[in-house]
Design a protein around this ligand. Sequence first.
Ligand SMILES: Nc1ncnc2c1ncn2[C@@H]1O[C@H](COP(=O)(O)OP(=O)(O)OP(=O)(O)O)[C@@H](O)[C@H]1O
Ligand SMILES: [Mg+2]
Length: 419
Amino acid sequence: MIRSLLQVEGAPSESQQPQDGGSKTNIALIVLAVIAALAVSALLIVFVYYCHIRCKVKKKSQSQRFKSKNVQLPDSTTVSTVSLEQRESQVFTFKQLQGATCNFNQGNVVGHGGFGSVFRGVLPDGRQAAIKQLDRSSKQGDHEFRIEVDMLSRLHSPYLVGLLGYCADQDHRLLVYEYMPNGNLQEHLYSDGTSGNPPILNWETRMRIALDSAKGLEYLHECVSPPVIHRDFKSSNILLDSNFNAKVSDFGLAKLGSDKVGGLVSTRVLGTHGYVAPEYALTGHLTTKSDVYSYGVVLLELLTGRVPVDMKRPPGQGVLVSWALPRLTDRDKLVEMVDPVMEGQFAVKDLIQVAAIAAMCVQPEADYRPLMTDVVQSLIPLVKHKKGSKIVSTPDFHHRMVTLKSSSIDSGSSGAGEN
Ligand SMILES: Nc1ncnc2c1ncn2[C@@H]1O[C@H](COP(=O)(O)OP(=O)(O)OP(=O)(O)O)[C@@H](O)[C@H]1O
Ligand SMILES: [Mg+2]
């Protein structure tokens, strides 16, 4: 003990060498500890800064996404898309739309449908518009309405009737569409063509309408992800502009309708009698091929000038598809079934081609029906070389892919899906 104290306090001894080594080690350890502490602090600072920046960016992108619309979507229903595709739909006050329609004057009504009445109007900026006033009983919640509007305002194609804006003032729900001066296709097909009534369409115009509306469905099925299924494709939902260019309307609107009427599933959900694909009617299973079937029915209407269901016709002729299907592949019967007003307007080989497309589209088995892209490709040669026509067609247009992520496009819940 005394020896060890002497060694520590006294003059240098033989044990001094190892003590010098120990203090060097201690200093090295202290330096290391300081470096480690600095490194950890630096990392902490970097992490805190990263979190701060991330939070800022997230807040900024959320506020930008919905800045000038009053649409508040929860994160789970965020709609994302190619940002350049997004155009803001205008928000109108009820007062503005009252003014646009002369207080919803009955003289401005252009039609009535399952959702309510449609009025012609002039917007404050001078544009003509079709203003659809949704019946209060037929609307779903405010949330669904807004999501639907948000989705519809992101779909842009020259073959779809554009949504210009909407009104969700108090309990009013209105949709504002581009105005289509020549009304719907149905009116023209079943008109007698006398003065004051819509003109009867010739073969050439009908083929052009068939192609334009096929392109509208092709856009919804192939250029939007996940695909949008129209659910209610029919001749009254094909609207015609001043040059008889056709545009598909009411895509996605079916979801705004009331699902239940007196406890029963309404026809709104099931589409329209005569146009609904058999598998959808029987099982409720909805796919893009259900739209292809409805498209086939419209093609048959264009060919024959007959309504999809008419029980006043002789037995066996009441349901258009059942009557037409066996005739579509029989050359002689095929010529006989064409709308008589188009006599002499078409080449038989073109007729055979259109009949083949229609026959494929209305196949009872969904898998045998073509994709709308195939339909478009088959129709193009039938209308392309009509340069001398007075009717100006929509110039060739290439759609851009749009990605939608929204609970409003419930491809799963309604059984919808891509085939
Ligand atoms: N954008 C528009 N431009 C001009 N007319 C339109 C426009 N939208 C609708 N219409 C007219 O209003 C009518 C009613 O339209 P609406 O979509 O409410 O019903 P529908 O298509 O006839 O039937 P459903 O409600 O079963 O779809 C149409 O048939 C059409 O003549
Ligand atoms: Mg409609």
